[in-house]
Design a protein around this ligand. Sequence first.
Ligand code: NAI
Ligand code: MG
Length: 365
Amino acid sequence: KALKIGMMPADGIGREVLPVAQRVLSLTPGAPKFEFIPLPAGFELFTKTGVALPEETIRCLKEECDGAMFGSVSSPSHKVEGYSSPIVQLRKNLDLYANIRPVVGVRGTRDEDKWVDTVIVRENTECLYIKSETIEDTPNGKVAKAIRQISERASTRIGKKAFDVALARQEMRSRLGTAAAVGQAKVTVCHKANVLSTTDGLFRESVRAVKENDSISKGGAGRYHEVEMDEQIVDSMVYRLFREPEVFDVVVAPNLYGDILSDAAAALVGSLGLVSSVNAGDSFIMGEPVHGSAPNIAGQGIANPIASIRSGALMLEYMGYTEPALKIYRAVDHVLREGNVLTPDLGGKATTDDVEKAVLLALGA
Ligand code: NAI
Ligand code: MG
């Protein structure tokens, strides 16, 4: 039986890079059989129909699909009546509470001791992204306010996810054969509890309790004790990430900090066009490149498809198909290391098509 994957390229370069991921997935030796189902979503769809995420898309994902991939959406920065970002809606609707974003360097482009190999585990459902905003006129002009929600439940489950990711990575590292700078699995809790002691305080306490409760509740059988835990305040986190990225293994953060941290980490490895993610719940996985719709390069055929290709592999990995996922990671690493087929964001002259061909060649597809 084929795996059914809902495909939502959405807007901008999402439409150029998601089909590449689809072809790579279907041509990867040893990958399961796929049935890709194209599904409408996006801002352009909204401008045409008044709906950014049709009910039918959600129904199909929930009832028929085993997994999904999302490209990128061109959300405007000004308020548009009736519009809300389909990616944010999808995360909520499918309860994809964790956004897992690995950031991996390219060998040879930095000193080996400054090797970047970290995963940002971003809480996906709350924080400032509940979008509870108000604005009022006051004698001193307009005042806008936003509510930031942090719950024990959401913080605990994202904490567990972070420990699970740390354990899974430990295993993948040895199978990939990359000697990671971080030998020992570690979770770093990122927060600003020194100022926001109530909200970030609850996040910090909840994640810390995950490790302690694991050994208690499982009568010593839990494995989280194998994972080291430390913490970092978000502003100095960015500083340390740039100074000494090699010290970070898994970083767990509330929604907004995680969003910002992962773009910052992308700069470290050279391009947003390299960074992949999955949105994960307890029973559904959606792959998604971290970048947006890149209107400045859309339609030119030069978008870097690697973030999407890796997102496809990451989706496979989190669905339990680690062998074909590893093949894709290795093929991408090979192309990056060779360095003669790179898109302009990485300083090269190659097109999206060229990179696809190079990856397929490295895959032996
Ligand atoms: P962006 O990620 O689209 O672009 C930032 C910069 O990175 C641009 O210079 C772009 O050319 C470059 N870039 C991004 N992906 C690339 C790739 N694959 N290959 C080569 N270069 C790449 O962020 P920006 O410009 O802030 O946002 C543009 C639109 O995307 C906005 O409407 C925003 O709302 C939306 N967006 C959507 C996201 C999503 O769908 N999850 C995430 C972030 C932004
Ligand atoms: Mg972002």
